[in-house]
Design a protein around this ligand. Structure first.
Ligand code: LHQ
Length: 265
């Protein structure tokens, strides 16, 4: 029997949740071009598929993701890294942050370089207490990418963002949670259970409305309070007309659990 080639991106759909697993465990899930292409395809399909109401991103083995595969790149002497970002990483970050459904991330181990910043494009990040985030870029003369140069100062403020990026020291999951970079650091043995429970809860929620929440919050750092009040007015008008809003209110009045369809109308 011939051996099946290992797929670098695994997907599994259950209970409204699409789980995407980075799967090159022997290289700490460092990104090859094939992996980036498959990840982008999986995200685009998830966005288009109404059955997928939440996503869960994680890594196989002891690492989450060690960023760009540095060995795969070694054959080219002067690669255009801007083109690599434009072709692969930036569209992935835009797909994740712009996706009108929630993304949960379970950081199961070390997350370095692009692999440290990919979780920051997810909406709710759980990390195993043994995991660490390493802005490894400075060690190889690069700058934080995959959205890191935006996410870090916004989440942490400039002093912490600058020190992390310049010193490239590992940031433990617990400190990342304490500093507000991620949602929670949890015991290793509980990581997947907690992340799956959150993803399942979201998948049974008012998906269209959750997408509007995400849109409102994600655009707010670029806007003034005045502009954001206008956004709240516009998005609440849309949310208020959804069947899930009506069902949520009905369920509250009838003292029962809401049965959300996730649909816009
Ligand atoms: C790896 C990698 C890796 C290949 C571990 N590549 N094999 C850049 C360019 C282009 C455009 C887009 O953006 C970017 C952004 C980037 O992501 S640049 C940053 C790339 N990543 C790094 O610089 C991190 C490099 N890795 C490390 O510093 C360490 O491996 C960490 C701190 C992640 C983990 O350390 P350890 O736990 O001690 O594991 P290890 O170093 O022994 O790694 C295990 C294996 O994984 C090993 O393979 P081997 O065959 O020797 O057992 C490593 O070579 C391999 N690996 N990262 N990025």
């Amino acid at each position: 029997m011939s051996e099946q080639p290992m797929r670098p991106i695994l997907t599994d759909f259950a209970d409204g949740v699409l789980t995407i697993t980075l799967n090159r465990p022997e290289k700490l899930n460092a990104f090859t071009e094939a992996m980036l292409v498959q990840l982008r395809e999986a995200l685009a399909e998830a966005e288009a598929d109404a059955k997928v109401r939440a996503l869960l991103l994680t890594g196989a083995g002891r690492g989450f993701c060690a960023g760009q595969d540095l060995q795969a790149r070694h054959s080219t002497s002067a690669p255009d890294l801007g083109a690599v970002l434009e072709t692969h990483y930036n569209p992935i970050v835009r797909l994740m942050t712009g996706m009108p459904k929630p993304l949960v991330c379970a950081v199961n181990g070390v997350a370095a370089g692009a692999g440290a910043n990919l979780p920051l494009a997810c909406d709710i990040v759980f990390a195993a207490k043994s995991a660490a985030f390493v802005q490894a870029f400075a060690k190889i003369g690069l700058i934080p990418d995959t959205g890191g140069s935006w996410q870090l100062p916004h989440a942490l403020g400039l002093p912490r963002a600058l020190a992390l990026a310049l010193l490239a020291e590992p940031l433990s999951a617990e400190t990342a949670a304490r500093w507000g970079l991620i949602w929670k650091a949890v015991d290793d043995g509980e990581l997947m259970e907690q992340a799956r429970a959150a993803a399942r809860q979201l998948a049974h929620g008012p998906t269209f409305g959750l997408g509007l929440i995400k849109r409102a919050l994600r655009q707010s750092p670029a806007r003034s309070l005045d502009e954001q009040l206008d956004t709240e007015r516009d998005l609440q008008r849309i949310a208020g007309r959804t069947p899930d809003h009506a069902e949520g209110v009905r369920a509250f009045m009838e003292k029962r659990r809401a049965r959300f369809t996730g649909e816009k109308s």
